[in-house]
Design a protein around this ligand. Structure first.
Ligand code: PEP
Ligand code: MG
Length: 312
């Protein structure tokens, strides 16, 4: 009850002039739902399903998957729940689905949808479990694929979703090639969600697992903003679910670039909600333009913040 009262008083995400930006939570499973609700999440923008698959010798049963998905859907009867299909490989290796050979650069290896292409049975089982979990619940289920590179992969995913009875599928935009050719992908799917963690890693060629490269793992890099812009302008709803969405100033910039929803770890929701409510869409657009004009990440952040006076 306390959680739902807090959620109500928080209200939906919007700019000062009333431009709606749904604020959603990133979760790893049903155990994270409570914190999402307590921080006023309007739904789930990224359900990382790989936690269901990690640390085990065999995939979870269909029934086990269905139960986990249903629990999350039932927690947001009036909201949306964006579920990402298995994103295994690289920083999330799976014991029962090893890559076909030695991978000297796992971040550039068989991960995300690439693994689903080699194991379509695993993807099909997951999609069937999602369709069954969604039947009888009122939340809006949206399913998306990770690590999609081109329109052919997006089309493959859309076909698999269709076979399972899941409509309006989406893809994550986290590979620079996908961002640059966002228009091609937009003709295959119904929505995008930008994964700024990987998009930054790949744009700046800086492994996200190497702490010493943190200065390059910065989504304020103007090159990253230049990749967000075409994805946000491609004509399908485009959220952001990477860490960037939880940075209050960057959240305003992303909205200024045309992003339509923001998904973040639950504790960031109140700060981002407050930041948006203190700035108009026009101010967000001006901050976005200033950030893209900058030449470095530091300058981008400074110039955007200078145009967003209502930040703490
Ligand atoms: C991302 O890459 O930004 C993202 C949201 O996915 P993950 O961090 O799970 O790779
Ligand atoms: Mg990612």
């Amino acid at each position: 009850a306390r959680a739902s009262a807090l959620a109500e008083s928080a209200g939906p995400g919007a700019t000062k002039d009333g431009h709606r930006v749904p604020l959603l939570a990133n979760i790893g499973g049903p155990k994270d739902v409570e914190a999402a609700l307590a921080n006023g999440a309007e739904g789930v923008g990224l359900y990382r399903t790989e936690f269901l698959f990690l640390d085990r010798a065999a995939p979870p049963s269909d029934a086990e998957q269905e139960e986990a998905y249903r629990k999350v859907l039932e927690a947001f009867p009036e909201g949306r729940v964006v579920v990402r299909t298995l994103d295994a490989g690289a920083d999330k290796p799976l014991a029962f689905l090893p890559p076909p050979g030695e991978e000297p650069n796992p971040a550039l290896g068989e991960r995300g949808l690439r693994m689903s292409l080699r194991h379509p049975d695993v993807l099909a089982a997951q999609l069937r479990a999602l369709a069954r979990a969604s039947a009888g619940t009122t939340a809006k289920l949206q399913v998306m694929a990770p690590m999609v590179t081109d329109a052919a992969e997006a089309a493959f995913f859309a076909r698999e979703c269709g076979k399972a009875g899941i409509d309006a599928p989406g893809v994550m935009i986290e590979v620079p090639a996908a961002a640059l050719r966002a228009g091609d992908l937009a003709s295959e799917v119904a929505f995008f969600s930008i994964g700024t963690n990987d998009l930054t890693q790949y744009a700046c060629a800086a492994d996200r697992q190497i702490g010493g490269l943190a200065h390059l793992q910065d989504p304020w890099q103007p090159a990253v903003l230049d990749l967000v812009a075409p994805a946000a302008a491609a004509g399908v709803p485009c959220g952001v679910c990477g860490e960037a969405a939880g940075d209050p100033a960057l959240a305003c910039v992303l909205v200024g670039l045309g992003v339509t929803s923001l998904s973040m770890s639950a504790p960031s929701l109140p700060l981002v909600r407050a930041a948006l409510s203190r700035h108009t869409l026009g101010q967000c657009r001006e901050a976005a333009a200033a950030a893209r004009t900058a030449r470095t990440a530091v300058q981008a952040r400074d110039s955007a913040r200078g145009l967003l006076p209502g930040l703490d």
